[in-house]
Design a binder for this molecule. Structure first.
Ligand SMILES: C[S@@+](CC[C@H](N)C(=O)[O-])C[C@H]1O[C@@H](n2cnc3c(N)ncnc32)[C@H](O)[C@@H]1O
Length: 309
């Protein structure tokens, strides 16, 4: 275990051996950096990615790779390693029943409550957004919900023509965040293949996308509502004052202690009476008592419980 091995280049047929101690060191480093926990079931995945990075870096031992990662020069490599460990699987309109609950019930309740208070800003955060499908799905559903709301409750003034996606005086801000830079870049570009667009019905495609060649691009007006940014959910400095947080299929990669910490942080990141949406296979049961479960037609959400002091 010598640091000078960092600069030696192994032969192409080199098959590095990962000892248990080295695995533990790297597993702990990854956990401390991003909260992802690789238990026995997922240790092969971590091992496979470590081997790839070790070879790409032309290092001869995992200990030297670990040492490199913990130096200031290894910062970019650490970001790259975390990137190769993320699972970016996502899709438009994922978990339809839950989105129906969001679109029909939660949006209606929030718009009504906010309008009464003359608070015209809606802040939504897609935490662990991957390549943007979730954030753009939310943008479409929010614009739709706003249009439908004002069809039934007309504004006291003429709407400008052409009608903006977000009727004034409303301001909608959707923050889409991730730790994968390549996923964030893809989200910002907003280009999706025909195959990816399958769950998007034709009327949504026509209203919110342009078609160029064999792919679709989110329209400029939609991209203006969604802001992509790097945020590591492991840190304490997370975006505040959100009305709604979507964090779906992210906590599943964290262990229980990290999930509990994250739910505490989300509580503080939400406005009073704000909503949290988690993935289909995720639940807050046994993790936090600070949210109430809302369940309707197979869709679930959690609402922040306000404590009366
Ligand atoms: C399976 S995708 C889920 C995407 C989307 N939320 C959905 O449900 O379709 C999980 C995403 O979480 C991100 N992620 C993992 N750990 C993270 C962390 N510590 N901070 C922020 N994002 C993280 C990954 O990079 C990945 O893009």
């Amino acid at each position: 275990m010598e640091t000078r091995e960092v600069f030696s280049s192994p032969s192409p047929s080199f098959q590095p051996h990962l000892s248990e101690a080295e695995f533990k060191l790297l597993q702990t480093l990854v956990y401390e950096q991003c909260g992802m926990h690789f238990d026995e079931r997922r240790s092969h995945f971590l091992e496979d990615r470590l081997v790839r990075r070790l070879k790409a870096r032309q290092l001869s031992s995992f200990y030297s790779y670990y040492q490199f990662l913990t130096t200031p020069e290894g910062k970019d490599e650490l970001a790259l390693l975390l990137e190769t460990l993320t699972i970016n699987e996502t899709s438009f309109f994922r978990n339809k029943a839950q989105l129906d609950l969001f679109h029909k019930d939660v949006m209606e309740e929030i718009l009504h409550r906010k309008q009464e208070r003359r608070d015209w800003t809606l802040r939504v955060w897609s935490a662990g957004c991957s390549r943007g499908h979730e954030a753009y799905t939310l943008a479409m559903l929010i614009c739709d919900a706003l249009a439908y709301y004002y069809l039934r409750n007309p504004l006291p003034f003429e709407m400008p023509v052409p009608r903006p996606l977000v009727p004034p005086p409303w301001k909608v801000e959707i923050l889409a965040s991730d730790i994968s830079y390549s996923a964030l870049r893809a989200g910002e570009e907003g280009n999706y293949s025909e195959h990816e667009m399958e769950p998007v019905n034709f009327s949504y495609r026509m209203r919110y996308f342009d078609k160029a060649g064999d792919h679709y691009t989110a329209k400029k007006a939609v991209r203006e509502i969604v802001q992509f940014d790097f945020h590591n959910l492991k840190t304490d400095f997370l975006p505040q004052r959100n009305d709604i947080i979507f964090c779906r299929n992210v906590m599943i990669y964290f262990d229980e202690a990290e999930q509990k910490r994250l739910l505490e942080k989300f509580y503080r990141c939400l406005n009073p009476d704000g909503y949290l949406f988690v993935g289909h296979a995720e639940s807050l049961f046994g993790l936090s008592e600070r949210y109430r479960l809302i369940h309707r037609d197979n869709g679930t959400a959690y609402q922040r419980i306000e404590v009366v002091e």
